[in-house]
Design a protein around this ligand. Sequence first.
Ligand code: SAH
Length: 388
Amino acid sequence: MADLAGETEARFGGVVMGAQREHRSAEPTPLAATLKQRIALEGPISVHDYMQACLADAHAGYYPTRQPIGKDGDFVTAPEISQVFGELLGVWAAAVWQAMGEPAVVVAELGPGRGTAMADALRVFEKVPRLLDSMTIALVETSPVLRDTQRAMLAPSPAKPHWCESIDAVPQGPLILIANEFIDALPVRQLVRADGVWRERCVTLSHTGEFSFCAGAPVEAEAVPRWGSNDMPEGAIVETRPAISPLLAQLAERAKRAPVAALFVDYGHAESGVGDTLQAVRRHRFADPLTAPGEADLTAHVDFAALGATARELGLAVYGPMPQGEFLLKLGLETRCERLLQNASPPQKAAILSGAARLADPRQMGVLFKMLALQSSGLAPPPPFGDI
Ligand code: SAH
């Protein structure tokens, strides 16, 4: 059984500063005050509800209140590292659209961040005019701040995107969906083995009034995932992601009526395992997840085995996961970089090469990040899982 805990500097291509996991006193963030009051009144809250509040609280949560991505933010993502990332997602989407028989299609993105990947993909779509004419762009984004950034980023493009609050609101019909680093931002539930049973892992207040983890009430047997055995030692932690089932059920429902192809890109493990993968990142450094609620990005590894198994149970065809480096190389990373190098200045050349290495090098993001494709049954395997 894989032990999932441990550092994941590779998540950022090796650029996140050393692990800073020592416990610090909580900062008096607006959300810290609200959560402390809630715990004082209601008792410990689950890690899931803590993570949900930190990321999504409408007034003081992380995503609704800031633009977190890029050098001046807290973390950097693949589309911000190299334009080739979004371009190759565009190549993928165009190939899948052709395999679908070139229908009128909704091209949707979950959690588009600054809108960079979609802007880069659109340059590819513009080279396939029939696709540009047949598509509607839908961006699923909850953060008003990021919606504004995306609007500005995509303003020069001929496509006129729709913004949707959730996947349920994406227009019906054939669907091509991409999602980079979306699932890692959906809250996880943690179960911890304590006193010989599985309990909800919770956040409480210590006697000095600081946030601390604790083992809460025992959980019902159905909540324990397949990989959580009763033989595991005290303190063992397993994670599940409750939002995955409804998300994939939406895709499976749509797939009954029209062709669907989805590409999920994220950091995580190919096999389910044991361990606490909750991590906080702030200003390009690892932080303590309990120190500054609402002010740090909280994520947890994506369990690709669980994701694929849920999709299969729902009747979707599953391809991958494939390591990001392999996926990008097979889709033409080198050829695209060679084209860009032809007209580049020496500093641009260095940036193109280092960007490609960060995305594809196994010691950087090339293996920790993975691609999982889900499709309605009856479609040809998508590239590069099948022949292009
Ligand atoms: N894909 C982008 C951004 C990743 S950060 C990139 O690669 O740069 C996560 C993104 O998901 C942000 O845009 C965030 O606002 C959005 N997000 C987080 N939770 C969400 C939810 N429940 N519904 C819709 N969007 C969400």
